[in-house]
Design a protein around this ligand. Structure first.
Ligand code: SF4
Length: 112
């Protein structure tokens, strides 16, 4: 590696690190903003056609015969709220809140 290449690589690395540091506060503000917005969203109705299509219920025990044992919104990868929040967003139902103890047939095990 030439001295010139070394300086260019170092410059690129520093630029990337600075961009990451600069972006971190923006990401935090964005996440907080989405949580605040989520609180203003309406709760998903079990009668909503999309909810019916995915067998959504506010209380997962109502679908014990359909779901994997222990599967609820709180441990679903598509759930967007704090795990202990009573209601939260869900990527399967944009703009609506689902119950943390709910379930639908789009459930996917959350990692970690
Ligand atoms: S996709 Fe997951 S979080 Fe969303 S309603 Fe279905 S089970 Fe709940």
């Amino acid at each position: 590696m030439t001295d010139h290449q070394f300086r260019n690589d170092r410059r690129r690395l520093l630029r990337g690190a600075l961009m990451g540091i600069a972006a971190a506060p923006l990401a935090t503000v964005s996440l907080r903003g989405s949580n605040a917005l989520a609180q203003d969203m309406p709760k998903l109705s079990e009668d909503d056609p999309q909810a019916v299509a995915l067998n959504y219920v506010h209380d997962a025990t109502e679908k014990d015969d359909m779901r994997e044992p222990g599967a609820i919104c709180a441990n679903c990868r598509l759930y967007l709220a704090e795990r202990d929040a009573e209601w939260g967003g869900c990527t399967a139902f944009p703009g609506k809140l689902v119950n943390t103890n709910g379930w639908c047939s789009a459930w996917v095990q959350a990692s970690g």
